[in-house]
Ligand binder design. Structure first.
Ligand code: FAD
Length: 304
């Protein structure tokens, strides 16, 4: 019996388990090989318990939100993927504060808050992903970011200890945090807390609709993971990629979007290696021509 076999039995109490589950079914890119064990959890308790059981067994854990900011290797993910569907929302008694399980859809929650006349998240209505993923990247758009409204998060560390950590201790910056810098290795976001402000529902819904319109006009449809690179301080990444002649470049079914050069798209059966090859080409050409090192926003995960 392998460690994975033993873990299969231990995890059955906490969620639904699949073996050798293709990650292409669980990423917005539609790309990625199999996960050894894929466990769907539906509460923060279940997420914490499954995380603890896997780590106690010495098995590698990957916490999956909506898979909207990752490129999973063709070789898949060894160990356990925790598919986080913990989505309970707990409104506070003040009507402005919300405690949210980390698998809550960020965009759906933001839209609901606009309709309820609560201000602070109208910029987020088009951002796919979970609250957990939004914490890791300090998700943001149109001048707003999660750090503006996040008050604290419930973290579980690799030993199973849980603490409410105040937002300033997460080191949230443009598309980054203590997680992306490797300082929170082994920590899992179980819950988040946000605080909004009273606002006018009609005005917020209208503002959100304006953001939807802009997004629809600017971004390609189809399978992708949003912006591949962070924007360098002085020029947007799409402009640099365009200027080195890579607009529309293709490898197999992977392409750099004609519409928005910082979006890498899967036209059908793209392999992770095809996308990676285009990414490396963009990095090389931009560095050679402009001396700028592009920094990846999308995380490359799994067995590369
Ligand atoms: C079409 C499109 C448009 C986008 N536009 C934007 C945009 O405007 N602004 C923006 O900021 N982003 C944007 N993104 C990127 C993406 O939606 C965000 O980064 C989002 O916050 C990722 O959340 P997720 O749940 O999908 O995370 P995943 O992709 O599932 O995971 C990303 C990382 O977070 C970790 N993680 C996830 N949940 C947890 C948890 N509970 N605890 C610990 N670690 C966790 C994962 O292990 C992984 O390392 C866009 C993506 C797409 C596809």
């Amino acid at each position: 019996m392998t460690a994975i076999d033993r873990l299969h039995d231990a995890l059955a109490a906490h969620g639904e388990i699949r073996r050798d589950e293709p990650m292409s079914r669980h990423t917005t890119f539609g790309i990625g090989g199999p996960a050894d064990l894929f466990v769907t959890v539906r509460s923060s308790e279940g997420l914490g318990a499954a995380d603890r059981a896997a780590r106690d067994a010495g098995v590698e854990v990957f916490v999956l939100g909506s898979g909207s900011n990752i490129l999973v290797a063709d070789g898949g993910i060894r160990g356990v993927v925790l598919d986080n569907r913990a989505r309970t929302e707990h409104p506070g008694s003040d009507g402005l504060t919300f405690r949210l399980e980390s698998g809550t859809s960020f965009a759906a929650f933001a839209r609901k808050m606009c309709r309820a006349g609560l201000d602070g998240l109208s910029w987020a209505v088009g951002i796919p992903g979970t609250l957990g993923g939004a914490v890791v990247y300090n998700a943001g758009a149109y001048g707003g970011c999660l750090a503006d409204v996040l008050t604290r998060v419930l973290l579980q560390d690799a030993s199973g200890r849980r603490d409410w950590v105040p937002a300033p201790a997460l080191g949230l910056v443009y598309r980054g945090s203590a997680f992306t810098r490797g300082q929170f290795a082994g920590k899992t976001v179980l819950e988040t807390e946000v605080r909004l402000a009273p606002g006018d529902a009609a005005a917020l819904v209208e503002r959100a609709a304006g953001h939807d319109k802009k997004r629809l006009a600017a971004q390609p449809r189809g399978r992708n993971a949003g912006s591949m690179f962070k924007n360098p301080a002085d020029r947007p990444a799409w402009k640099l990629i365009d200027d080195v002649g890579l607009r529309g470049a293709r490898r197999g079914d992977a392409a750099i979007s004609e519409q928005h050069c910082n979006f890498f798209v899967n036209y059908g059966n793209a392999r992770a290696s095809d996308v990676a090859s285009l990414v490396e080409e963009a990095e090389r050409r931009v560095f050679d021509q402009f001396g700028v090192r592009l920094e990846r926003e999308v995380a490359f995960v799994g067995a590369w």
